[in-house]
Design a binder for this molecule. Structure first.
Ligand SMILES: Nc1ncnc2c1ncn2[C@@H]1O[C@H](COP(=O)(O)OP(=O)(O)OP(=O)(O)O)[C@@H](O)[C@H]1O
Length: 878
């Protein structure tokens, strides 16, 4: 129940005032049907009786004077008029407004009959309605009706008080005799300091002959509150609490104590005595810092704010830079020392041809070819030239790949990340809506001129179609991909799209998509294999790739099961199909090694919300444990002789200054020491790296020239960048992974000088081919669990490449024969004459229907025998 009540004319009679005051207190806590209600009635009745006893001449019951609505016959329903009548207390002439708003508002316990009663006083929610219907409280709202002709007067009368307004009633002198006139109010700065701008103005002289404040509060209300009244725990406070309890009101019925009002700060400031009051913890109005909002701030205040913000930002940046320099300094110093210039590979003629077609002629191109034909090398060259071409607006070139790992290899992001489609499982219209809501993704689509897609074999065909449609719709351009030039590479004979969990539909390759042929202007087959320089070995791998293996090849691969011995101390990388096999093998091998473990934690940066996800597939591990003699693999090209995939062995640990080998660090072999984790890049204060104390691994690598080279292996950066060059995430870590074992999926794209492949658990088409084609020589390859049935090529992939050949043949071009390919191309010096470019112009590219119709005819026979078609296909480099 909320209560709003004006001061009662208790001055008229002490006894009457007492009863009335009690009645008002009861009204505060009134609950319909409670004993309080009855007590309230009693109190009001007693007040009335006392009043009548004191003023017998009036002959009008107090109830009727106070609440005329209780008497339908009341000649004047306005209580103020009643009070204006002569004899209503000596203050009648001065305080008509005192009774103007006996206002009780409540939110429940509505008595419909009372509510509907057309009592005059009820229109203002007067206490009359309560009194006129004993035991009930009429539903009234705290809203004053400000409509109608007397709206202004009502507004002036609308004064509400909190319950606490009566807390000082204890100090009232109930024996107070009503003076004939109110004393002159102290000259307090009441009118101005009490800046209740929202309150009604003081009543006009029409209502009061004396110009008094609107409120009839006693003079004491204008004085600063005393500590006695307000200090919790003070006697006054306790006394009041006790009184309330003694009224028999249950705690649960006591209305929540309203927040005590305090004088405005301006009021207190003018009274020096208030200083002490301000010391009181409960009295003190919290000093609020002046808040300047942009709506009410002056121009100079806003300027000042901006200046402060700028200063803060500057300070923050400086602090961050300081921190960066502290933590990265050793890394930077180490890196700068180890960097050697990396001579770029000079492209072959066919690689140059593709480069020209993409960069100069702005053609949409798909270039393919077997493992080791330099697709990645070529793609990196294309990206480099395109970035130079669009140097002014780097966002024009979007570099993507089907997987995070492949994207990292070319410094791009995944196709999913670029396109803003999330998992991309929804239909194209849903994805388009999603992208339109994502400003960044939408802008990427709008700004991109060239879209690079690496490892296309792992892009789902349905996704390819959706992306084409998204491009056309978002860019409002009906041309393929909305007019974006697409540059695609990959080898469909390698790993296929990762199937959805539980998906029943057959693998759909990108070339299966409806928009594949319209998306590509030219298909180009790279033929020159760089990785394997042994023609016999290249032929064996090519048969594998096609899934058609001759008995000779089966025998040759089985012969590679022999153990390999190297007297240079370097072991070989072992490839497994599953991650569990890989981790198990590496852990076991590291554990078996004597010596102390050194752990190197990566330093990651970027938005924490997305950083971990972006870096999840990073080749560089989050942390790497190393020991003396651990077998490692370089995962970055350092120079022309130390490349991604170079195998090495840790032969020591040294800081960059001394690069000393053979210290105690290399001799530790106790198990207790081995368990010690050296957190070289951690935040641990004790282990905080400084320029001098960080020890990096000293690694002896086998170079591409077959020689040994020892380097101090220092941290490198891996970045995930947006097309505009913004770095989304960055990892700084040693460019090493443990290399006793690798997964075949992780090894895709790698070149390995020495590799042991375990085909025991191969489960995917193309997996065995990817694994074995990492090797550069038969001498550096050991194959376990070889079975020709594990070597699988997808029939639709065979058809697709068959068809490409047919299209080319239809153009009247004579492809290089398999014999030329095997004898002249593989591993030889760059060709004397320009290599054939096998292109399938977009208009002449095979239609899917044709592919299907001709597939049976073109299907490669089960018998492993290189027929003309296969020879021709091989000329593409397949
Ligand atoms: N023009 C070239 N001159 C010399 N070496 C080259 C050239 N192009 C590529 N190579 C070398 O050939 C090897 C294989 O190159 P790359 O990884 O680009 O082939 P790929 O076709 O992408 O192989 P994969 O399909 O297995 O990923 C690398 O060691 C690379 O340095």
């Amino acid at each position: 129940m909320t209560v709003g009540i004006a001061r009662l004319p208790i001055r008229s009679s002490p006894t009457c005032g007492h009863f009335l005051r009690t009645a008002v207190q009861l009204a505060h806590v009134h609950t319909l049907g409670s004993p309080i209600s009855n007590r309230l009635d009693t109190m009001l009745a007693k007040a009335n009786k006392a009043y009548e006893a004191n003023t017998p001449s009036r002959g009008t019951p107090l109830a009727k004077q106070l609440f005329p609505s209780s008497s339908p016959s009341a000649p004047n329903p306005d209580i103020r008029d009643q009070l204006k009548q002569p004899g209503f207390g000596s203050a009648s002439a001065r305080t008509p407004q005192h009774l103007s708003n006996l206002h009780i508002g409540r939110h429940n316990n509505v008595n419909p009959s009372a509510a509907n009663r057309p009592a005059v006083g009820a229109s203002r929610g007067s206490l009359a309605s309560l009194y006129s219907a004993p035991g009930t409280i009429k539903q009234e709202s705290n809203v004053i009706d400000l409509t109608g002709p007397d709206a202004h007067a009502k507004a002036q009368e609308a004064v509400f008080f909190a319950e606490d307004d009566f807390s000082d009633d204890d100090n009232l002198d109930l024996d107070y005799e009503a003076p004939s006139a109110l004393p002159t109010l102290p000259s307090m700065p009441v009118s101005k300091p009490v800046s209740f701008s929202s309150m009604p103005p003081p009543p006009k002289s029409t209502q009061s002959e004396t110009n008094i404040p609107w409120s009839s509060s006693p003079a004491s209300h204008f004085l600063p509150p005393t500590a006695q009244r307000t200090m919790p725990g003070s006697s006054a406070h306790t006394e009041m609490s006790l009184k309330r309890e003694s009224s028999g009101v249950q705690d649960s019925h006591v209305p929540k104590k309203a927040k005590r009002r305090v004088l405005p700060a301006s009021f207190r400031q003018e009274d020096p005595e208030d200083e002490d009051q301000d010391e009181s913890p409960t009295m003190k109005t919290p000093v609020r810092q002046p808040k300047i909002s942009i709506w009410d701030a002056t121009a100079s205040a806003l300027k000042e704010q901006k200046k402060q913000l700028k200063n803060q930002r500057q300070l923050k940046e400086e602090a961050e830079q300081e921190l960066d320099s502290q933590t990265e300094e050793p890394m930077k110093a180490a890196k700068s020392r180890s960097k050697t210039s990396f001579a770029p590979i000079s492209l072959s003629e066919e690689q140059k041809h593709v480069l020209d077609m993409v960069v100069e002629q702005n053609q949409s191109v798909f270039f393919t070819g077997p493992a080791g034909t330099g697709k990645s090398v070529l793609m990196r060259a294309i990206i480099s030239d395109l970035k130079k071409k669009h140097a002014k607006d780097p966002e024009r070139v979007a570099v993507t790949a089907s997987t995070g790992l492949a994207a990292c290899n070319i410094g791009g992001i995944t196709l999913h990340s670029f396109s803003g489609i999330g998992l991309g499982k929804e239909e194209a219209p849903v994805l388009i809506k999603k992208i339109r809501r994502n400003v960044k993704a939408k802008n990427r689509w709008l700004k991109t001129k060239v879209l690079i897609i690496d490892e296309i074999s792992m892009v789902d065909g349905a996704l390819f179609d959706k992306l084409d449609k998204i491009g056309r719709t978002i860019r409002n351009n009906g041309r393929p991909w909305g007019g974006i030039q697409v540059v695609i590479t990959g080898d469909f004979f390698q790993l296929p799209p990762v199937p959805d969990a539980g998906a029943k539909r057959e693998t759909k390759f990108a070339f299966d998509s409806a928009t594949w042929t319209t998306s590509i202007d030219h298909t180009i087959g790279l033929t020159q294999v760089f990785r394997q320089r042994d023609p016999q070995f290249a032929k064996m791998l090519n048969e594998m790739r096609l899934g058609k293996i001759s008995e000779d090849t089966v025998r040759a691969f089985k012969a590679l099961a022999r153990p390999l011995e190297f007297n240079d101390g370097l072991g070989m990388a072992e490839l497994f199909s599953t991650r569990a096999e890989v981790e198990g093998s590496n852990e076991r091998r590291l554990r078996d090694l004597p010596g102390t473990v050194r752990r190197y934690e990566a330093m990651d940066s970027g938005d924490p919300a997305i950083r971990d996800k972006l870096l999840m597939n990073m080749m560089a591990p989050k942390s790497i444990d190393l020991k003396l003699n651990a077998q490692v693999m370089l995962i970055k090209n350092l120079d022309e002789s130390l490349v991604n995939g170079s195998l090495g062995k840790v032969i020591g640990f040294s800081d960059e200054k001394t690069f000393d080998m053979g210290t105690d660090d290399f001799e530790e072999d106790s198990m207790s020491k081995a368990k010690r984790k050296l957190k070289a890049f951690g935040n641990d204060a004790e282990m905080k790296p400084t320029k001098s104390n960080v020890k990096f691994p000293v690694v002896q690598f086998m170079t591409t020239h077959g020689t040994h080279r020892v380097i101090l292996c220092q941290p490198e950066d891996w970045k995930v960048e947006l097309p505009n060059g913004d770095v989304q995430a960055k990892r700084t870590q040693l460019p090493l992974i443990l290399a006793w074992a690798l997964s075949i999926h992780k090894a895709q794209g790698q070149t390995l000088e020495r590799v042991k492949v375990n085909l025991g658990r191969v489960f995917e088409k193309g997996q065995a081919y990817v694994a074995l084609s990492r090797a550069t020589t038969q001498q550096g390859l050991q194959v376990l669990g070889f079975d020709k049935w594990k070597v699988m090529a997808h029939p639709r992939v065979v058809d697709f490449y068959n068809k490409l050949y047919s299209a080319e043949e239809a153009n009247g071009k004579k492809p290089t024969s398999i014999n030329d390919f095997l004898s002249n191309r593989i591993g030889s010096a760059p060709p004397k004459k320009e290599a054939p470019k096998i292109e399938a112009p977009r208009r002449e590219a095979p239609k899917r229907e044709d592919l299907k119709r001709e597939a049976p005819k073109r299907a490669i026979p089960a018998v492993i025998d290189l027929d003309d078609d296969e020879e021709a296909m091989a000329s593409y480099g397949y």
